[in-house]
Design a protein around this ligand. Structure first.
Ligand code: F6R
Length: 612
C-alpha cells in the first residue's frame, strides 16, 4: 500500500507530483504529503486525508522547485494524522524520505537511535529509517548513496523509498525491496513512481527497479546498483499503457467505467489465445510447461479476496475439464501452515496488482519447496510476475476503482483458458468439445454487453435494497464463488453486512437470519443445479425473505416465486460466473451510490495490499 512519486528535471515538480499522487490514490488515502527542493531550500506540505485536502492546504503557498517527492498513505504504523504523514525528515531536518512498505525492526533501531540523541516527531517506522541514514551518513563520512546502501542493509522488511537531501538539491536516491518502483526516463528529467500511471503522460520509457536495487538520480545521470554494490545496466522498456485508460471517460466513477469495460477487457484477455475453429488454446506464457501439465497430480491456487474467488471458479473449471485435482488456498493461511508441497505440484498465484504481500510470501514458500509457480496477474511488470516461473497476464487494463470488477472477470477468463489448455494437453476433452466450448467462449463478450443492458433495472432494484442492514447471497456449483464475490462487493463499497453461501448450506445456519427484512440474492440460472436452487428459493420465501434472483433470459418459473428478477443471457455452466457476476457488480455499485458512499475509494481499503 502507499503510493510514492518523485520528479527531478527542468519542470516545476509540484503539478507533476500532485497529479501523480491522484493517480496513485488507489493505493491508500489516509494522508498525503509532498516535499520540494528549490534554491530556497526544502519545503514540506503534508496533511491527513485525501490528496485534494493537501492541495487545498497548499493553495497559495510557495510551491516552486524542480525536484520533489510525494506520498499517499495507507496507515500501518501510527494513526492517519498530519504528523504521521510522509515525507519524514532526519533529526537535522536536511534529509527527507517517502516510503512504501514496512520496516519490521524499526522498534529496536528507534531505541538505539534515541540513545544517540535522535528525537522522533512521528509514530512511523519510516522516520526511523531516515534517522538511521543520517546517523550513518554523519558518522562514517561517506557519500549519501553509500549511507543509504549501508542503512538498507540493516533493515528487515519491505520498502520502496525516495530520499532528498537539502544539501544536494540536484539528486534523488531511490531504492526498492518488496515494494514496487518504476523510473521514467525523460530528456534531462526522471520520474519515479509506485507504478507507471503517474509517468505515462511524460514518457513511455521506463525502468522497473528490481528488489535490492538502489538508484542515484540526477537530471542527466542515472546509476543503479545492487545493495551488494554491484553496478547494474538498467533495462529500459516501452510502456504499453495509454493515458485514456487512466481517465473516467465520462463515467461518474472508475468502478462503473470498469464494469462497463468488461466486454472489451474479456475480449482483450482472449485475443490471440483462442482458435475456436481449430478447438485450440494457445498460452505462450506457460507453453514451456505443456509436458509437465500432462502428468501433474495436483494444482494449488493461492490468492486473496476477489482473486481467491476467481480461484474457486478456476477449481471448478480445471477439475471439470482437465480432471486435475485443485486446492484453493487463502495465501495468508497457506504461508503460515506447513503445507505439503512437492516438485510435481503447480501453484497458480492469482493477483490483480501482482503485489499482494501474502500471495508473494506464499509463492516464495512454494518455490522453496520445489513447486512450479504460474502467475495470473493484471499489472504488467509487477512483483508477482517476476517471482513466478511462468504465467498468463489478464490484460484487463488498469483497474483504478478499489473494488475489483473487470480484473475478476479477466482472471476467470484466464483460468477458463488454462482449464481448456490443460484439457488439451491431457486429452480430457475431445477436439469437437473444445471447438464447441471455445466457440461459445468467443461469444461471451457480446453476452456481457447484453447483461450490462439491465443497468437501469438494477438501479431501480438497488433503490429497494439500499437501506438493508444485511444481505445474503446464495449460489451452487460455480454460482457459489459468484455469490461470495457479490457479497464481498456489496460489503466493501456500501458497508452493508453481506455473506455468500452455498445455497444448500443455508439450512445449516444462515436460514435463522431470514425474515421479512432480509434480502437474499440467489444465482438461479438454468444449469445442473437449477431445480435444487428453486427448492432453496422456496425455503427462503417460506420464511418471508425478499428474493432477488439472477435468472437465465426467458425464465418464467423462478420469476413466479421471487420478488425481483434480473435476466442474463443463456450460457453453459462453465461461463456462468462471467455473466452472473455482472448484475451483482452493478447492484452493489448502485446501492453504494444511493447510500452516498465513496465508491472508488471505500473506507479503510487500498487497492494493493502490500502488508500482511
Ligand atoms: C476486492 C478486492 C480485494 C483484492 C485482494 C487481492 O474487490 O479488490 O479483495 O482482490 O486484496 O488483491 P490482488 O488481486 O491485487 O492480489
Amino acid at each position: 500500500m502507499c503510493g510514492i512519486v518523485g520528479y527531478i528535471g527542468h519542470r516545476e515538480a509540484w503539478p507533476i507530483v500532485i497529479k501523480g499522487l491522484k493517480r496513485l490514490e488507489y493505493r491508500g488515502y489516509d494522508s498525503a504529503g509532498i516535499a520540494l527542493i528549490s534554491d530556497e531550500g526544502l519545503k514540506i506540505y503534508k496533511k491527513a486525508g485525501k490528496v485534494t485536502e493537501l492541495e487545498n492546504f497548499a493553495a497559495g503557498k510557495n510551491l516552486s522547485g524542480t525536484a520533489g517527492i510525494g506520498h499517499t498513505r495507507w496507515a500501518t504504523h501510527g494513526a492517519p494524522s498530519d504528523r504521521n504523514s510522509h515525507p519524514h525528515t532526519s533529526n537535522n531536518g536536511k534529509l527527507t524520505i517517502i516510503h512504501n512498505g514496512i520496516i519490521e525492526n524499526y522498534a529496536t533501531l528507534k531505541e538505539e537511535l534515541k540513545t544517540r540523541g535522535h528525537e522522533f516527531k512521528s509514530d512511523t517506522d519510516t522516520e526511523v529509517l531516515v534517522h538511521l541514514i543520517e546517523e550513518i551518513y554523519k558518522n562514517e563520512k561517506i557519500d549519501l548513496l553509500e549511507a543509504v546502501r549501508l542503512a538498507l542493509r540493516e533493515i528487515n522488511g519491505a520498502y520502496a523509498i525516495v530520499l532528498m537531501d537539502e544539501e544536494h538539491p540536484d539528486q534523488l536516491i531511490a531504492a526498492r525491496k518488496g515494494s514496487p518502483m518504476v523510473i521514467g526516463v525523460g530528456d534531462g528529467e526522471y520520474f519515479i513512481a509506485s507504478d507507471a500511471t503517474p509517468i505515462v503522460e511524460y514518457t513511455k520509457n521506463v525502468i522497473y527497479m528490481n528488489d535490492n536495487e538502489i538508484a542515484f538520480i540526477k537530471r542527466d545521470e542515472l546509476l543503479i546498483k545492487r545493495l551488494d554494490n554491484v553496478v547494474q545496466t538498467p533495462y529500459v522498456q516501452e510502456l504499453e499503457l495509454k493515458l485514456e485508460m487512466l481517465e473516467k471517460g465520462g463515467y461518474e466513477h472508475f468502478m462503473l467505467k470498469e464494469i462497463f469495460e468488461q466486454s472489451r477487457s474479456i475480449r482483450d484477455c482472449m485475443r490471440g489465445r483462442i482458435y475456436p475453429n481449430e478447438g485450440k488454446v494457445q498460452l505462450g506464457g506457460i507453453k514451456e510447461y505443456a509436458d509437465k501439465l500432462k502428468n501433474i497430480d495436483r494444482i494449488i491456487i493461492v490468492a486473496c479476496g476477489t482473486s481467491w474467488h476467481a480461484g474457486l471458479v478456476g477449481e471448478y473449471l480445471i477439475e471439470e475439464y482437465a480432471r486435475i485435482p485443485v486446492e484453493v488456498e487463502y495465501a495468508s493461511e497457506f504461508r503460515y501452515r506447513n503445507p505439503i508441497i512437492t516438485e510435481k505440484d503447480i501453484v497458480i498465484a492469482i493477483s490483480q496488482s501482482g503485489e499482494t504481500a501474502d500471495t508473494m510470501a506464499a509463492i516464495e514458500m512454494a518455490k522453496e519447496r520445489g513447486a512450479t509457480i504460474f502467475g495470473v496477474c493484471n499489472v504488467v511488470g509487477a512483483s508477482i510476475p517476476r517471482l513466478t516461473h511462468a504465467g498468463v497476464y489478464t490484460h484487463a487494463g488498469p483497474e483504478i476503482g478499489v473494488a475489483s470488477t473487470k480484473a475478476f472477470t479477466a482472471q476467470v477468463t484466464v483460468l477458463t483458458l488454462m482449464a481448456f489448455y490443460m484439457a488439451q494437453q491431457k486429452g480430457t476433452l475431445t477436439n469437437s468439445k473444445l471447438v464447441e466450448l471455445l466457440t461459445e467462449l468467443d461469444c461471451i463478450p457480446d453476452k456481457i454487453q447484453v447483461a450490462l443492458e439491465s443497468n437501469d433495472l438494477i438501479k431501480e432494484i438497488a433503490g429497494k435494497f439500499k437501506d438493508s442492514r444485511n444481505c445474503l447471497f446464495l449460489g451452487r456449483g460455480s454460482g457459489f464463488p459468484v455469490a461470495l464475490e457479490g457479497a464481498l462487493k456489496l460489503k466493501e463499497i456500501s458497508y452493508i453486512h453481506a455473506e455468500g453461501y452455498p445455497a444448500a448450506e443455508m439450512k445449516h445456519g444462515p436460514i435463522a437470519l431470514i425474515d421479512e427484512e432480509m434480502p437474499v440474492v440467489v444465482i438461479a440460472t438454468k444449469n445442473s443445479s437449477y431445480e435444487k436452487v428453486i427448492s432453496n428459493i422456496q425455503e427462503v420465501k417460506a420464511r418471508k425473505g425478499i428474493v432477488l434472483a439472477i435468472v437465465t433470459e426467458g425464465d418464467t418459473e423462478v420469476r413466479k416465486m421471487v420478488d425481483y428478477c434480473i435476466e442474463i443471457p443463456d450460457a453453459s455452466e462453465a461461463f456462468l460466473p462471467l455473466l452472473a457476476t455482472i448484475p451483482l457488480q452493478l447492484l452493489s455499485y448502485h446501492i453504494a451510490v444511493l447510500r452516498g458512499c465513496n465508491v472508488d475509494q471505500p473506507r479503510n481499503l487500498a487497492k494493493s495490499v502490500t502488508v500482511e
